[in-house]
Write a protein that binds this ligand. Structure first.
Ligand code: PEP
Length: 250
């Protein structure tokens, strides 16, 4: 049985003191959530947030990591650094990393393998651009991102991998995929995972939806059979909104 995951991607928002304050406000609101709850602050906010959520039910995530463990990589942050700070999950391949910072499927795959080899869990983001959807290529783009992003992984590795389907045209735009449209891609991606690994692996894999998820649309999205949670940007930045999402009416 898959558990829901409600994850907040704070992106490049909040200073360390603001992030700690938000984490403090969120704690009591999510402590009885029947979903798994995760937050991904920016790198420099991780220590302050880790201190606040220590011993709680909130999973600490990072938004990215380097393709190497150490060395001459100015401006990068390594998996070893994240682990020492108590990070459990790393979000990889977010559309902003792919489309603003030019990350390729191959680079993302290197990061996926490095994270897993070092004991971090991975939340791999996939999703199509508007022009790709309009050209009828949404599924093909997601299939390619799955095939290349998960290349070289074993079935056992997949126990530590989650997927977030985030149509790029729905991120931060207020446009949400309809539950039916999102479900169609989620089901197709689950089918692809079955093809790449096996049916049991596909059934066990958590696939979240992301793209303008808000307290007022979360319930209908989560009601879809293959949607196992939400990766949430804007609506994760205030405690009442994230609290409402973490406690959505099942
Ligand atoms: C995201 O950042 O992954 C995201 C889905 O953002 P938003 O919820 O703001 O669309």
């Amino acid at each position: 049985m898959r558990e829901y995951l409600i994850a907040g991607n704070w992106k490049m928002n909040k200073t360390p003191s603001e992030a700690a304050a938000l984490a403090k406000e969120i704690l009591p609101l999510v402590k009885n959530s029947t979903s798994k709850v995760m937050v991904a602050p920016s790198f420099v906010c991780i220590p302050a947030v880790a201190e606040v959520i220590k011993g709680s039910n909130i999973i600490l995530a990072a938004q990215n990591m380097a393709t190497a463990t150490e060395g001459a990589h100015t401006g990068e942050t390594s998996v070893l650094m994240l682990k020492e700070l108590g990070v459990e999950v790393v979000i990889l391949g977010h559309s902003e990393r792919r489309h603003i910072y030019g990350e390729t499927n191959e680079m993302i795959n290197e990061k996926v393998k490095l994270a897993l080899a070092n004991g971090l869990k991975v939340d791999l983001c996939i999703g199509e651009l508007l022009e790709e959807r309009e050209a009828g290529k949404a599924e093909a783009v997601c299939y390619e991102q799955l095939e290349k992003g998960l290349a070289g992984l074993s079935k056992a590795d997949m126990a530590n991998v989650m997927i977030a389907y985030e149509p790029v045209w729905a991120i931060g735009t207020g446009k949400t995929a309809t539950p039916a449209d999102a479900e169609a891609i989620h089901a197709a991606c689950r089918g692809k995972i079955a093809q790449l690994f096996d049916e049991a692996t596909a059934q066990a894999t958590n696939i979240q939806y992301g793209g303008s998820v808000k307290p007022d649309n979360v319930k209908e999205l989560m009601a879809m059979e293959n949607i196992d949670g939400g990766l949430i940007g804007g609506a994760s930045l205030t405690a009442p909104s994230f609290g409402a999402l973490a406690n959505f009416d099942k």
